[in-house]
Design a protein around this ligand. Structure first.
Ligand code: ADP
Ligand code: MG
Length: 601
């Protein structure tokens, strides 16, 4: 690899600086980030960001913060020069966004920088100009207290970097995302963003995150976001989370701040995604802005040159608090799935969960089910042994102030009948509800099982004769490894040698199931979920149980059965989606019906 006559040399300082700069300054948006953070650290209440050609040609950040003392302006551009950190102890208690003293030096190494600043306690300001990191001009000048940093011709002296800069539109997009994030995290600061001389974003600085949300996403989207709030052992969480069906195709709209610092933390995003569990369809992701505040000693921010990653002392506590706070906000405000009436609304197949078999499924499956109380609602739960009061977690007390046409709870519904042996038609004060019987029953079973799991283990029942299950060797090993997990879910499984198992107990609701078939499905779920957290795996198994045991489409239901099912659905915490995130119901509002029938206007 090495050239023949190469010898080891210490690199010239200028090259070292350029290499180091590469870690901090990747693109125009990184310059904007560093300059904005400096302005925030300086206590600014107004920050104005101007860009030309997506920041490639010019970036100017003006603030009304404390300013820099004349005697220290040049020093601010030296490497490792900072006013924010004095001792190593300070490093454990960082309360400012900056602390490395690297940003200005790095930026100056790869661009032309002009700094115009005046410290609040001084009567005149300083104008300093640097070219390729060297001071080219310094003079005294007047201005109001505050700082203006102008960065021009980024990477002009680093052709390799210059080549990797993207189209103006792309770089501009990164800057927009950066500024809107800070505007959300710092609602007390008035931000203005200008591209090529035109104002493209502005926040009022009035302190309301909700107002910034409107400025960032528009009123319509902002109205579909629920306020998040939570606190647990010194960890504070707040922000906003979009209510399904408002969602996004990837994770890019999950914005996270830790102690006022934007972070990319896969596990923290995962906590947010988890909170939407079963509320979003597979492959869709939340939109959320979540701020986390932890004592500075609980988080290490010094793990990444651009400070985009952090490390928590107790990550599980943080993730748990985030997940619960988001979940609580969603549950409190979930709205029914709206339907647009264009086609005849009752056409089949539009919302079918799964193809309805032409003939009801084999009678052998249904005969015992029909004689079981599984379908008669509450009676079934009592059989499982859960008193009604604990069926719903007691969390959903706070209803954030946002405008909401309907709350999460279902109104009392009157069953009208069954459609296509698949949907229950019900009437409520707000119109017609078409309930998917399978999806609804899945939701009901799911919440019951989850409530039991939360209290300890899922209620289980012994099989009269243990089921003998033989699996392929791989699957057998997998099942063996998960015996303890399954035992918390109500299964008692005894390895019997030769890839064979005796299943002695199962979750009570499964007592009539084909246990061999069920175990094979469950093992398949374990297989594809090897890298999942235990909690996720458990949820997956329970979802499988619910799916197997929920009444199928194509099953004729008696009026009493439908009534019981609807009552139980009304009692659910999230009645409007099944555990897989698909809707359990379609709601046709009276206004929609009147419009469809041409009764209005
Ligand atoms: P850091 O922010 O990590 O301290 P920087 O290189 O970003 O390092 O800035 C160096 C120093 O310059 C800061 O510590 C601060 O004292 C000063 N400074 C930079 N920008 C501003 C600003 N906009 N207002 C006031 N002081 C600033
Ligand atoms: Mg800084």
């Amino acid at each position: 690899m090495q050239a023949k006559n190469s010898s080891i040399r210490v690199l010239p300082e200028e090259i070292v600086a350029r290499i180091a700069a590469g870690e901090v300054v990747e693109r125009p948006a990184s310059v904007v980030k560093e300059l904005v953070e400096n302005a925030i650290d300086a206590g600014a209440s107004e920050i104005r960001v101007e860009c030309v050609e997506g920041g490639k040609r010019l970036i100017r950040v003006t603030d009304n913060g404390s300013g820099i003392r004349s005697a220290e302006v040049a020093l601010a551009f030296a490497h490792h020069a900072t006013s924010k950190l004095r001792t190593t102890d300070d490093l454990a208690e960082i309360r400012t966004l900056g602390f490395r003293g690297e940003a200005l030096a790095s930026i100056a190494a790869v661009a032309q920088v002009t700094c115009l600043t005046r410290h609040v306690e001084e009567t005149s300001g300083t104008l300093l100009r640097l070219e390729h990191g060297r001071i080219a001009h310094e003079s005294r000048t007047g201005r109001a207290p505050g700082t203006t940093m102008t960065v021009e011709h980024l990477f002009a002296n680093v052709p390799a970097r210059l080549k990797f800069l993207k189209a103006t539109q792309t770089e501009r997009g990164h800057i927009d995302a950066m500024i809107t994030r800070y505007a959300l995290a710092y609602p007390h600061i008035r931000f203005a963003l200008l591209h090529d001389g035109r104002l493209t974003f502005q926040s009022s600085g009035n302190g309301s995150v909700r107002d910034v949300l409107v400025e960032v996403y528009g009123a319509e989207m902002a109205a579909q976001m629920a306020a998040v709030e939570g606190e647990h052992e010194g960890i504070r969480v707040w922000g906003f989370a979009a209510l399904p069906p408002l969602d996004h195709a990837n994770r890019s709209r999950i914005t996270l701040f830790v102690n006022g610092r934007p972070v990319q933390d896969t596990k923290l995003s995962h906590a947010v995604i988890q909170a939407y569990h079963t509320l979003l369809p597979p492959g869709r992701y939340p939109i959320a802005v979540i701020m986390v505040q932890v004592p500075p000693s609980e988080v290490d921010v010094n793990v990444h040159p651009a400070k985009a990653e952090v490390r928590f002392r107790d990550p599980d506590a943080v993730f748990g608090t985030v997940q619960r706070a988001v979940r609580k906000a969603l549950i409190a405000q979930m709205q029914p799935v709206p339907i647009a009436i264009q086609a005849p609304p009752l056409s089949r197949g539009e919302s079918a969960q799964e193809p309805t078999p032409a003939t009801p499924v084999a009678p052998s499956r249904f005969a015992p089910l029909a004689s079981q109380p599984t379908l008669t609602g509450s009676a079934a739960w009592e059989r499982i042994g859960i008193p009604k009061q604990v069926q719903r977690p007691p969390e959903q007390t706070s209803a954030p102030a946002a405008a909401q046409p309907e709350t999460a709870a279902l109104p009392a519904l009157r069953v009208l009948g069954q459609l296509a042996q698949t949907y229950i038609l019900a009437e409520g004060p707000e119109g017609l509800y078409l309930i998917d019987q399978h999806a609804a029953h899945e939701r009901i079973l799911w919440e019951r099982l989850m409530a039991q799991r939360e209290l300890g283990a899922v209620a289980s029942q012994a099989l009269l004769d243990p089921a003998v299950v033989t699996l392929p060797p791989d699957a057998a090993r997998l099942l063996e490894a998960h015996v303890p997990l399954l035992s918390d879910l109500g299964f008692e499984i005894e390895p019997f040698g030769n890839n064979t198992f005796l299943v002695r107990r199962v979750p009570a609701i499964m007592i009539q199931d084909d246990i061999s078939a069920a175990m094979r499905e469950i093992v398949a779920d374990l297989e594809s979920g090897e890298s999942l957290l235990r909690r996720d795996l458990e949820a997956r198994v329970l979802r499988r149980v619910c799916k197997r045991m929920a009444i199928k489409a194509g099953r004729v239901l008696s009026y009493a059965e439908m009534q019981a099912l609807v009552r139980d659905l009304e009692a659910c915490e999230s009645p409007r989606t099944c555990p897989h995130g698909r809707p359990t119901m379609i709601h046709l509002g009276l206004a929609q019906l009147e419009k469809a029938f041409g009764r209005l206007g």
